[in-house]
Design a protein around this ligand. Sequence first.
Ligand SMILES: [Zn+2]
Length: 159
Amino acid sequence: MLTNNIIFYSDESSIKISVNKDLFNKMYQYCDKSYPNETGGILIGTYLDKQTAEIVAVIGPSEDSKTWKTRFNRGAKGINKLLKEYWEQGIYYLGEWHFHPNGSPYPSNIDTDTLTSISNNSKYSCPEPILIIISGSHNCYNQKSYLYSSTGQKFEMNC
Ligand SMILES: [Zn+2]
């Protein structure tokens, strides 16, 4: 199974993130559906060891999410209930993903502010949230992954 996973790492952080290629296909499907507007959702997963997080599921936009060509406000409807159900199985909130249609896979200032506030929000219990940004358009998607610290430090991950 692991061979079908993409491992993201950063020279500046000891954390590695493992993502199954099928999960990217799932994110691409959400992007196809939402194009030319942004979309997004949350990443949930587990820790394989102290340094390796594995994303096990990608959640799409909740029905109260709002989307525009260059903006996405992720809603929260049903998310707490879902996270509680996963939590009981040992699977946790790990971060966010979203789509920049025709744009670049780099986080905006709003993205960085969002992730920094999640990092500092005890409700998420996620001091180092992951952000995956998908960019491009149908059949030509690109993606980058980032890790945020509670001080707003951003680590770009390579794979
Ligand atoms: Zn963004």
